[in-house]
Ligand binder design. Structure first.
Ligand SMILES: C[S@@+](CC[C@H](N)C(=O)[O-])C[C@H]1O[C@@H](n2cnc3c(N)ncnc32)[C@H](O)[C@@H]1O
Length: 268
């Protein structure tokens, strides 16, 4: 009887049964998923996924309920607070809960907020890394982000400031780093170019903008920093990165890239 009572008490005080996996889906191409991520998806009971996750990747979770919670500019998205709550609630009902995020979960993916919510609720979690967009873009370009004598450091940067956050000095690292990889920046290209040049980065700094890295619709544009505002005229609709630094000088010399540059961007 005592044993029964303690079982009931333990169920009431610790109703958590599942584990939440924060999984990196990679940059877009479904075959850039890790084997570990694929194995977890196959076991998943429920998957909360970003908008950019490839359909083929979702198909791996054949037995799971799939819920889109992604954020794409201009479309409705689920508030982060609500996503956190849904993860906690799901872990109380299901054994294997997956939060599937584009690229790597720990880069510009608000993973820390989800981790803190899970920790506060006493829920077990595990993070499975993924290929972040900038590494897929550098692979596609065939340009190493570090190079002897050219680049010995790399900064992952965003100029975007979330609602309710105070501005922080995003530009300092993008000016100081040999190679700067700017996420979520295309809509702010003019601000980024003006700020970096005002802070001392040369207008001639080579820039590559890569849209849809790793996907069949991948497009690349080689520019200089002073021309960066012209990306507004390139019809970029997919996710895109602004990458800058001397390592990308080689891209500007590569046949094919100049051709890809529409006239709107080919200004001095
Ligand atoms: C919210 S952040 C998420 C980044 C993600 N966690 C990662 O590690 O790649 C979204 C931004 O990542 C970049 N991005 C994601 N996928 C991309 C792709 N396939 N090609 C180019 N940029 C991409 C874009 O700058 C996009 O605005």
């Amino acid at each position: 009887m005592d044993c029964m009572k303690s079982m009931i008490a333990s169920r009431t005080t610790n109703p958590v049964r599942g584990k939440v996996y924060l999984v990196g889906a990679g940059p877009g191409a479904p075959d850039l998923l890790t084997l570990r991520a694929a194995a977890i998806l196959r076991r998943a009971d429920i998957v909360f996924h970003d908008a950019l996750v490839h359909q083929e990747t979702l198909l791996l979770a054949q037995n799971a309920e799939k819920i889109a919670v992604g954020k794409r500019c201009g479309k409705l998205s689920t508030a982060q607070r609500f996503i956190n709550k849904r993860l906690v609630d799901a872990a109380r009902k299901h054994a294997v809960v997956v939060r599937l995020k584009g690229g790597d979960p720990m880069l510009f993916g608000r993973a820390q907020e989800e981790i803190e919510a899970l920790q506060a609720a006493g829920i077990n979690f595990e993070v499975v890394p993924g290929v972040t967009a900038a590494l897929a873009a550098s692979a596609g370009l065939g340009i190493s982000l570090t190079q002897r004598g050219v680049s010995r450091n790399v900064a992952f940067v965003t100029a975007r400031v979330g609602e309710g956050q105070t501005d922080h000095d995003w530009a300092a690292s993008a000016v100081a780093a040999d190679t700067a990889l700017i996420y979520m920046g295309v809509g702010q290209a003019r601000l980024i170019a003006d700020t970096l040049m005002a802070r001392g980065r040369s207008p001639a700094t080579p820039v590559v903008v890569v849209e849809n890295a790793s996907l069949p619709g991948e497009r690349r544009f080689a520019l200089s920093l002073s021309d960066l505002p012209h990306v507004a005229g390139l019809g970029i609709k997919g996710p895109a990165l602004i990458m800058l630094g001397e390592v990308f000088a080689a891209v500007q010399q590569t046949a094919g890239f100049a051709d890809a540059l529409p006239e709107t961007a080919a200004v001095s």
